[in-house]
Design a protein around this ligand. Structure first.
Ligand code: SF4
Length: 357
């Protein structure tokens, strides 16, 4: 069996330090996910990124603090007003602070606070300010909210927010009620406000073409994100896109690998993330996870799923992936330590004990 010459040439160039271009990304994304070439792509991204990030991994927690039927009405989303059954609910500041404590105890260095597209700006800003005074200082507050104005971003920053996740999604405006230009404008405002911009290629489904994926990925190449990567879409029963199903973990890894090779040499990119947290992603160039729960407390069944609020576990209809689970996967994959959002080592990772050892 021989390796396709174009793939071999691109990977050789990447291993020697040349980032891929957009057309090359589309070519690599068109490789069948079960091909030898796709496996080599994932392996090359692993080799490059272990070197690039000093074999360190990053954990950033997530807490859905505000849920309601959402006017964004994305055709894939659990909260879209057209098909959701959720009732409006806010998480209490005590519960959020307690979850932040558990994330910090588990080695996370940031936490995404997630709302719907429309949210109470003043409530959220004041929540961030109160949390900043209460939660461990090493845990950065990262906003994942709807489109916001420059003045609002400045207020977030003054309240202690360090960064914001914002994406111009795949098929934005077609599978959502939002305007791609408005999404991009918010991203530019985040960067202008001096907040760290967190980005992903998402929500990836089987129907997205290589050209579409490359196009969406490239916003995070053209603009200075601190994190790139990919997130798969979980099919929500009753949602219009449910029929498409979901991508495999090797396919998700292939997209992660392309994000890694496209952002090589960009000093502002401090990590490459994959969601859902999984081992294949760690062998595809990813070094960052978004744990859904912090360090477990009590019996596993007591902390298995949240009673209030939400995380991506809600989409999977599954128990939360905790900081302990994430550390175990990173250690099993050979990562040596956890790091902070700037890439500085924070604590060693030890491999989980082998059975009988
Ligand atoms: S993805 Fe975000 S904006 Fe879209 S419906 Fe869901 S919560 Fe609303």
């Amino acid at each position: 069996m021989s390796v396709n010459g174009k793939t071999a040439g691109l990977l050789k160039d990447a291993l020697e330090g040349r980032p891929i271009e957009k057309a090359e990304a589309a070519f690599l994304l068109a490789l069948p996910e079960d091909s030898l070439e796709a496996a080599l792509l994932r392996a090359a991204a692993t080799t490059i990124n272990r070197r690039r990030f000093g074999n360190g991994g990053l954990l950033l927690g997530q807490i859905g603090v505000d849920m309601a039927p959402c006017e964004g009405d994305c055709a894939f989303c659990f909260f879209a007003k057209s098909h959701t059954t959720v009732q409006p609910a806010l998480l209490s500041v005590e519960e959020i602070a307690a979850r932040c404590e558990r994330f910090a105890r588990g080695g996370a260095r940031g936490v995404f606070l997630m709302t719907m597209h429309r949210f109470g700006f003043e409530w959220f800003r004041d929540l961030c300010a109160e949390l900043r005074a209460r939660i461990p200082p090493q845990l950065e507050i990262l906003a994942n909210v709807g489109d916001v104005a420059a003045s609002q971003l400045r207020e977030f920053k003054a309240a202690g927010v360090a960064g914001a996740y914002h994406v111009c999604r795949l098929r934005e405006g077609l599978d959502s009620c939002m305007n791609p230009a408005a999404r991009r404008a918010t991203i530019e405002r985040i960067i202008d406000a001096g907040l760290a911009w967190y980005n992903l290629c998402e929500p990836v489904g089987p129907e997205h073409t290589p050209a579409e994926l490359a196009e969406q990925l490239w916003l995070g190449v053209d603009l200075p994100c601190v994190q790139h990567g990919a997130m798969q879409r979980f099919p929500v029963p009753g949602s219009p896109l449910y029929r498409h199903g979901q991508v495999s973990l090797p396919r998700l890894g292939q997209i992660v690998a392309v994000a890694a090779l496209a952002t090589m040499g960009k000093e502002h990119v401090k990590s490459i993330a994959v969601n859902v947290s999984n081992l294949v992603g760690l062998f595809s160039g990813a070094n960052a996870f978004f744990p859904e729960g912090g360090e477990p407390e009590g019996r596993p069944e007591e902390s298995a799923s949240p009673k209030e609020g939400f995380t991506t576990a809600l989409w999977r209809q599954s128990s939360e992936i905790t900081t302990a689970d994430c550390r175990e996967m990173l250690a099993a994959a050979g990562f040596s330590h956890l790091m902070d959002t700037a890439g500085r080592p924070t604590q060693p990772l030890s491999a989980p004990p082998r059975e009988g050892a």
